[in-house]
Design a protein around this ligand. Structure first.
Ligand SMILES: Cc1cc2nc3c(=O)[nH]c(=O)nc-3n(C[C@H](O)[C@H](O)[C@H](O)COP(=O)(O)OP(=O)(O)OC[C@H]3O[C@@H](n4cnc5c(N)ncnc54)[C@H](O)[C@@H]3O)c2cc1C
Length: 387
């Protein structure tokens, strides 16, 4: 399936979709919590229908229930759904990040069983990496997985104890890709193992955290002696760091393409609402320019991914450009819709406010802007070690 044919087939299917009216809902939800619930439900439903119609299966390997083809097809799918308000880029991102990782790291028969459930929206998964004292310095994580019987090489199960935080969508999640320590703290990244944990396992408690915009998008997750079978190890035992590093290309490619579709749509919406004057043209021009710069870079990254290249530290540039574009878009909204973000009570203003506030997180999640600049300085520009 080539991209042009896929695009045409997808659009034709969506245009004819009899169910679309009950799913597409661009109106403002009464509260941030309702809004998030609706976005999760809407995304899962459309993914389920597209999977059943086979259109959701392109771009995923056949060994994981897909129909094969380039990841460009998945990029196109997500961007089209986001542009039509049929899916949320944050919910799609979790799929784009975790499904390829599990396809690479899990035994083939398990990946074939698990991945279709995620990609078809039947399940939601979350990513349990960050901890209260461990974000940028992930190698310092302390959530521990102790092998039953003492020997990690032969243990039939691990007992997990510890806490994760900022775990996006944890309260909706059926499973969690978890990083836990399986050796001494001083071994740092060499003694971390990745697991796929069922979120309804006894001993797991999820405590949603309210963000500044009122949504409860992420949560604290507590693991109190949770028994995880050894066949839930992803990749090698003590190989969790390698898995975390392999996630990187997926965090910075297809899901950025989906986010670009969201930003383009918001720029269009803003252009329709902003006054028709020079000041608006300037602010909008800056936002559209930033989004387009990101798009040009991201397109090249996607094509490298599709060509089978290994993506690496150069994707920190993509992450910095996402941050610049999202901040510019919502800075423009705040400047051009006076009082909307700060004061107005109407439902449309509430959405601009929520999204403006959420946009401030873009320099934090998925690796902070400071860390990305360090990577650019040290690994791309060879400017020497951190001072
Ligand atoms: C909306 C959102 C969703 C998230 N979802 C998830 C998720 O699903 N799963 C998950 O595991 N995590 C998630 N996170 C957590 C995210 O990955 C971390 O917040 C991020 O890695 C930063 O870690 P931290 O918050 O501990 O900040 P810290 O690492 O403590 O950093 C604090 C500040 O110090 C700066 N800093 C730290 N080290 C350096 C350095 N060496 N040089 C220069 N500056 C430095 C940072 O840039 C930052 O400004 C999410 C975060 C947000 C905001």
């Amino acid at each position: 399936m080539d991209l042009a044919r896929y695009r045409a087939a997808l659009r034709a299917w969506l245009d004819a979709d009899a169910d679309a009216d009950t799913v597409a809902d661009t109106g403002a939800a009464p509260t941030a919590a309702d809004d998030l619930n609706r976005r999760v439900v809407r995304t899962r439903r459309i993914l389920g229908r597209l999977w059943a119609a086979d259109l959701g299966r392109w771009g995923w390997p056949e060994r994981a229930g897909g129909l094969g083809g380039s990841p460009l097809l998945r990029a196109e799918l997500g961007a089209t759904l986001v542009a039509r308000d049929l899916a949320d880029p944050g919910v799609l991102a979790m799929i784009e990040v975790l499904a390829p990782t599990v396809i690479e790291a899990a035994p083939a028969d398990r990946a074939a069983e698990w991945v279709p459930r995620l990609c078809s929206g039947a399940e939601v998964w979350c990513q349990g990496f960050s901890e209260p004292a461990t974000g940028s310095d992930l190698a310092a994580l302390t959530c521990r997985a102790t092998p039953v019987g003492g020997d990690p090489a032969t243990a039939s199960a691990f007992v997990v104890r510890g806490q994760k935080v900022w775990t996006s969508l944890a309260q909706y999640a059926d499973r969690c890709v978890l990083l836990a320590r399986t050796g001494p703290p001083e071994a740092r990244h060499r003694a971390i193992t990745a697991f796929l944990v069922d979120m309804d396992d006894p001993g797991i408690t999820v405590a949603p955290i309210e963000m500044v915009n009122g949504a409860r998008e992420f949560a604290e997750v507590f693991f109190d002696d949770v028994v995880v079978p050894a066949d839930r190890v992803l990749g090698a035992r003590d190989g969790g760091w390698d898995l975390a590093m392999r996630i990187l290309p997926y965090e910075r490619s297809t899901c950025f393409w989906h986010r670009i579709a969201y930003l383009e749509q918001r720029c269009t919406r803003l252009a329709a609402a902003a006054p028709a004057d020079d000041r608006a043209a300037l602010a909008l021009g800056e936002a559209v320019g930033a989004v387009h710069t990101l798009r040009a870079r991201s397109r090249a990254t996607l094509h490298r991914l599709a060509a089978g290249e290994t993506l690496g530290p150069e994707t920190s540039v993509d992450k910095l450009l996402v941050a610049a574009a999202e901040l510019a878009t919502f800075d423009a909204a705040r400047a051009l819709l006076p009082g909307t973000v700060e004061l107005a009570d109407d439902p449309v203003a509430a959405v601009w406010r929520r999204e403006y506030l959420y946009s401030r997180a873009v320099t934090v999640y998925g690796g902070t802007a400071e860390i990305q600049r360090n990577i650019v300085a040290r690994r791309l520009l060879d400017l020497g070690p951190e001072g």
